[in-house]
Design a binder for this molecule. Structure first.
Ligand code: GLP
Length: 243
């Protein structure tokens, strides 16, 4: 399903409504969460609703898509710091319900760390929803063009466009690598919601929705998932032919 909204605030309302339905139905919802500028409006809405008493994450279990490597959680560029600031410290999600990839894991422990992350998702009951942004090159999480479709959590090298994404803090050198869930980890979610905002996402969105289903544009593989909702503003949808 494709849903185009005037702006990211309207999109956040739409996504929050969809998630409310799941949160109401599922006793212990398991969410995969993204970072970046894309989910900011949703997290802001959740904070507001939490303060107003109409939203709670007390029963949720969360995982995050990715983390820079090497990168300490207390480094301001880390995805963990972003999530703490935007969401975790501002709502009632219990600390023990937060799953996060460790940007300090030693190279000799990558394999066990990544396998444990996949196992934790399985033990939580699998992902009810995976929320995603999309990179200008069509990447999802840190799965860059060419990533294996059957990939799972692993160390990945980052594309230059990913390192230089507009939301990245000025004057800081972005890491060249990250740890990321794989394409298959994402495809195993029962529901996927991808959000895209702004004209710089229009080309990636067009390739994802109207180009060939190919690992050259990782987001295009989502079209093979049975329940994916594409939520975007007019600018991100502007290159689409069929709407
Ligand atoms: C990073 C993240 C992705 C995110 C993308 C887009 O590479 N790993 O999960 O979707 O950036 O970022 P933004 O939302 O800031 O455009």
């Amino acid at each position: 399903m494709l849903h185009v909204t005037p702006d990211s605030d309207a999109a956040a309302l739409f996504v929050a409504d969809q998630l409310d339905e799941i949160l109401a139905k599922v006793a212990k919802p398991v969410l995969m969460l993204p970072t970046g500028s894309t989910p900011k409006a949703l997290y802001a809405l959740w904070r507001t609703c939490f303060q107003a008493g109409s939203f709670s994450m007390a029963n949720c279990r969360t995982f995050n898509l990715d983390e820079y490597w090497p990168c300490r959680a207390d480094n301001p560029i880390s995805f963990r710091a972003f999530m703490d600031e935007e969401l975790f410290s501002r709502v009632d999600l219990p600390a023990k319900a937060i799953g996060f990839l460790d940007g300090t894991v030693d190279e000799s422990h990558f394999e066990s760390h990544c396998a444990a992350y996949e196992q934790a998702i399985i033990e939580a009951g699998g992902l009810d929803v995976c929320l995603l942004g999309v990179g200008v090159n069509g990447h999802i999480a840190f799965n860059e063009p060419g990533a294996p479709a059957d990939s799972r959590t692993r160390l990945v090298q980052l594309a230059e466009s990913t390192r230089k994404r507009p939301g990245f803090p000025q004057g800081v050198d972005a890491p060249t690598a990250g740890i990321s869930v794989g394409i298959q980890t994402i495809m195993d979610a029962r529901k996927i919601i991808l959000m895209a905002f702004g004209a710089d996402k229009a080309s990636a969105v067009k390739r994802a929705l109207e180009g060939p289903i190919s690992i050259d544009t990782p987001a295009s593989l989502l079209r093979e998932h049975q329940d994916v909702t594409w939520v975007m503003d007019e600018a991100a949808a502007s290159a689409l032919q069929s709407r």
